[in-house]
Design a protein around this ligand. Structure first.
Ligand SMILES: CSCCC(=O)/C(O)=C/O
Ligand code: FE2
Length: 197
């Protein structure tokens, strides 16, 4: 029998355009929440796992086996523990893609992963202890700590890890084109295109 993890579901919302501190929530007024279904349509996958028992968690083992995530390490992002903290935080918050999935499992603390919707608006995904998310290869995104300034996250990968970010614009990159083709094609989107014809 699985362990019931008592915690609120993943929260995601549209961001406002404020230039204030990136670690603030940046809700629109009134707030506009984004469903897990909408995130799934963008290719963002999510699980809530038992972070306190991640070393022996059979659910994590199954995900890793099913998806081929044979590599793991743990990164702690906070001013005291991350070497070159300021430079890393700046680079994480530059909009970028990777050639592979970005897979992060929050073991403690929290932070925000921002992704673009089909109209290029930012969606902020609040990742807290127990959340594991996958951002597809070629998906524009960025990361910031929240106001608590601390996250400990497992990083997973298929094979030897490559963390290289490719900053926007990457619209001609084959991996970006593949993402657009798979997730952002107009016929896949839940929008009324007739009014723009
Ligand atoms: C919480 S893991 C640090 C952020 C990171 O690794 C990354 O690639 C952000 O895009
Ligand atoms: Fe990234």
């Amino acid at each position: 029998m699985g362990i019931e993890v008592q915690r609120p579901p993943l929260e995601a919302w549209y961001m406002n355009d404020s230039e204030e501190d990136q670690r603030l929530p940046h809700h629109r007024n009134p707030p506009e929440y984004v469903t897990l279904e909408k995130l799934a349509a963008l290719g963002v996958i999510h699980w809530v796992l038992d972070a306190d028992n991640h070393e022996t968690d059979p659910e994590l083992s199954i995900i890793r086996k099913d998806r081929g995530y044979n590599y793991t390490d743990v990164i702690t992002v906070c001013p005291e523990m991350l070497p070159s903290y300021e430079a890393k935080i700046k680079s994480f918050y530059e909009e970028h893609i990777h050639m592979d999935e970005e897979i992060r499992y929050c073991l403690d603390g929290s932070g925000y992963f921002d992704v673009r919707d089909p109209e290029d608006h930012w969606i902020r995904i609040w990742v807290r202890k127990g959340d594991m998310i996958v951002l597809p290869a070629g998906c524009y995104h960025r990361f910031t700590l929240d106001e608590h300034n601390y996250i400990m996250a497992m990083r997973l990968f298929v094979g030897e890890p490559i963390w290289t970010p490719y900053n926007r614009p990457q619209d001609e990159h084959p991996v970006r084109k593949g993402y657009v083709h798979q997730f952002l094609q107009p016929e896949l989107l839940d929008v009324d295109m007739s009014i723009s014809a």
